[in-house]
Unconditional design. Sequence first.
Length: 120
Amino acid sequence: MGCWLIRLAQIWIAREEGMCYDADKNTISDEDKYEYAGIVRATLSQYELIMLFYNAFSNPKFKEIIEKYALLQNLRVELLASQADIFLYKQKFSPDYSHSQDENRNMELEYRKSAFVHRQ
């Protein structure tokens, strides 16, 4: 069991560092960055998405990338740890919740809607 956890941590760190590094490159177009993010997003299991959801609050740079590239787009909110989180993020998936509702709020411990829905 311990080896499996170590391997998962290694994969996780490699993905996180690679995504941060590539997102900072100016030589890659925004469309290519979003396409790469989509590939990363497609490889994540529901439980990895949940882990990413909570882990990124301790890494502001990665949280910013999650919001910019909608990395939590496939997240199943019913798997979140608390009822408060489930309630908050179900609202953000609603078509009635606009991106502007996240403005002028303390977003330090909360994701913007853009983490779940790509802003066209």
